[in-house]
Design a protein around this ligand. Structure first.
Ligand code: AIR
Length: 448
């Protein structure tokens, strides 16, 4: 049995905000590289070493909070900036147990850790945040749809389908095209297909047969989805919205302003905060829905709720329980960034203000493009716009991969948007891209 750090001195999750004091009688924690002897600050363990973990580390520094990483490789985006990085397989329970023993609380940079391993960690007393019972709703899309529907949260029509006949029966009521999604493991457009006929659906089912058989056998999928794909109605939305909320184990919760997200091929390209021209009633009901979901599901940490705006109402599309791309703007555009908020929430510290620091913030992703070395574009961008905030993730450039982002905040939305777009397009090596992204408002104008 591994002695856990939390056995020795952890008070994370105590229903108060007391500062921890070293236990005079108990064994003292060994000196940990990168953390002074004197501190009683907790150590947050993050599973996954991508850009989200990297930006969490950036937020841990001013709080004086320790962070350990379980990354896949020493070259991962966050491994490059964190001295206390373990490398290993997040699908291996003993690796997870050893890692958790060095941390006061365990959280995530992605949703791929097997649910049964999280439950095993919880049974042995590890503070997993968000907990497995909450996180499963972000891991398994069929489980999420069932639960949200039971809670009365508006969602697109859906069914779990295992063969062409079931897809056809679903299309009878929801219409073609149908959106097919793997229930687990997909992100950034991966694991999603839009099919217009039974034959196309059958070919997706055939291509995913091995993966579906594996998840049915391993128990990775929820009971509803075992061996199936999620079929959803293709929603003719006006635009996509997202709400980020944070909730602590104590139950304190805050909501960030409702934002517009602009996606292409399932990948987020741009985020505008707040969503321009959004009806105030709809903005508030979106925030209310996100807070209700966080409360009902018992989420701890950040929750991102992605939504479709349709005819003055909203439908929930996806959930994520970690800092999310729709909240990168908060680093400069809000009093408390989503990364700091996530750390505060998983440590059960008082939450910070989600208020914006300027009337508008626009974040544009840098997706892997023509330029192999992003640094080559930096001089131009920094010289052209001293107010632009550039974030490069240290990742190798692959086409379409999220390798950085730019945020600009200010009073004039058009100005802020143009500057963020230009900087991101130049960094990816494609200045011609500047004007190709349209917002929901512009799309509406073009259609009318
Ligand atoms: N991520 C997690 N879920 C969705 C996204 N985009 C972030 C995490 C993860 C990284 O993207 O930070 O570690 C993986 O990026 P990539 O480009 O290596 O697939």
């Amino acid at each position: 049995m591994v002695e856990r750090r939390s056995d020795r001195r952890c008070r994370v999750g105590a229903p108060h905000y007391a500062r921890r004091v070293p236990d005079e009688t108990g064994p003292r924690s060994p000196r940990v590289p990168g953390q002074p002897d004197a501190t009683t600050a907790p150590v947050v363990g993050v599973i996954g070493g991508g850009q989200l973990a990297r930006m969490m580390q950036q937020a841990a520094i001013p709080l004086g909070v320790g962070m350990r990483l379980l990354a896949e490789t020493a070259g991962d985006s966050a491994s490059l900036v964190l001295p206390r990085t373990a490398t290993g397989d997040y699908r291996d329970l003993s690796t997870l147990e050893q890692f958790a023993a060095e941390c006061d609380v365990v959280t995530f940079d992605h949703e791929h850790v097997p649910t049964e391993h999280l439950r095993a960690l919880e049974r042995s007393g590890v503070a997993v945040r968000p907990g497995a019972d909450a996180l499963v709703h972000a891991q398994d899309k069929a489980t999420m749809r069932e639960r949200l529907t039971a809670l009365g949260v508006p969602c697109p029509a859906y069914a779990v389908v295992r063969d062409g006949r079931e897809v056809a029966a679903f299309a009878e009521r929801a219409g073609w095209p149908v959106v097919l999604k793997t229930t687990r493991g997909g992100y950034d457009g991966r694991g999603v297909w839009v099919v217009a006929a039974v034959g196309e659906a059958e070919s997706v089912l055939a291509r995913t047969a091995d993966m579906r058989a594996f998840s049915a056998g391993s128990g990775a999928a929820g009971p509803a989805a075992r061996g199936g794909l999620l079929a959803e109605a293709n929603i003719p939305f006006r635009r996509e919205l997202a709400v980020l909320v944070a909730r602590s184990p104590l139950g304190q919760a805050v909501a960030y302003p409702t934002v517009e997200t602009i996606q292409r091929d399932g990948i987020c390209h741009e985020v505008i905060a707040p969503a321009p021209g959004l009806d105030i009633g709809l903005a508030l009901s979106a925030q209310h829905a996100a807070l209700t979901i966080a409360h009902q599901l018992g989420v701890t940490g950040m929750l991102a709720v992605e939504m479709f705006e349709v005819d003055g109402a909203m439908l929930v599309n996806e959930l994520a329980m970690r800092p999310h791309n729709s909240g990168h703007w908060t680093i400069e555009g809000a009093v408390t960034s989503q990364f700091e908020q996530h750390l505060r929430a998983v440590l059960d510290l008082p939450l910070g203000s989600p208020r914006m620091t300027a009337p508008y913030a626009v974040m544009v992703n840098i997706l892997g493009g023509a330029r192999a070395d992003l640094y080559d574009g930096l001089v131009h961008v920094l010289a052209r716009d001293p107010g632009a905030h550039v974030h490069l993730y240290g990742k190798s450039v692959r086409p379409g991969r999220k390798v950085g982002h730019v945020t600009v905040v200010g009073d004039d939305l058009e100005d802020v948007r143009e500057r963020a777009r230009h900087a991101a397009a130049h960094l990816r090596g494609d200045p011609a891209e500047d004007n190709t992204i349209t917002t929901g408002d512009q799309r509406q104008e073009q259609m009318s």
